[in-house]
Write a protein of this length. Structure first.
Length: 152
């Protein structure tokens, strides 16, 4: 069973981050260019001040109108986002993401930001695990059949 550490190793641990004072409009533009749905908000490397997602931006616009785009991202971010550990299983993380209806989880270890995973990363890891299990079971079945044919 895969762990978050394995997911980060496969995809890389690069974290897209913005400073707390970054205007929301700038973050939205970067989301479009980078084709991602969330940024870690950080005042220094390795620190998690918050997380800003597409949903946070939409909620801010719905509450405050278009002026929300001029606010600093710190005004609309989630200040205490759910996080996970590199040692968490992919299955446990997927269950938590589903239960809490979140699509991105910062990965934190000993108080330091280690990466971020998305629901897409978790689904891919789950499919890879299932494919590996299927392959192992198929090989075991074929090996067993071959042994029976030899002794039969």
């Amino acid at each position: 069973m895969s762990r978050v550490r394995d997911v980060l190793q496969a995809k890389g641990s690069e974290v897209h981050a913005v400073a707390p004072a970054t205007p929301v409009m700038r973050v939205v533009q970067r989301m479009r260019v980078d084709q991602i749905g969330a940024y870690v908000v950080s005042s220094r490397v390795g620190q998690l001040d918050g997380l800003v997602t597409e949903r946070d931006v939409l909620n801010a616009i719905a509450r405050r109108g278009p002026g929300a785009l001029e606010l600093p991202v710190s005004a609309v971010m989630s200040r205490a986002p759910l996080t996970c550990s590199p040692d968490d299983t992919v299955r446990a993380v997927m269950a938590e993401m589903t239960r809490e209806r979140v699509r991105h989880l910062p990965v934190v270890e000993h108080g330091q930001l280690r990466g971020i995973i998305s629901i897409g990363d978790v689904v891919k890891a789950s499919i890879d695990d299932a494919d590996l299990e299927t392959s192992v079971m198929r090989d075991a079945y074929l090996t067993g059949r071959a042994r029976l044919a030899e002794t039969g």
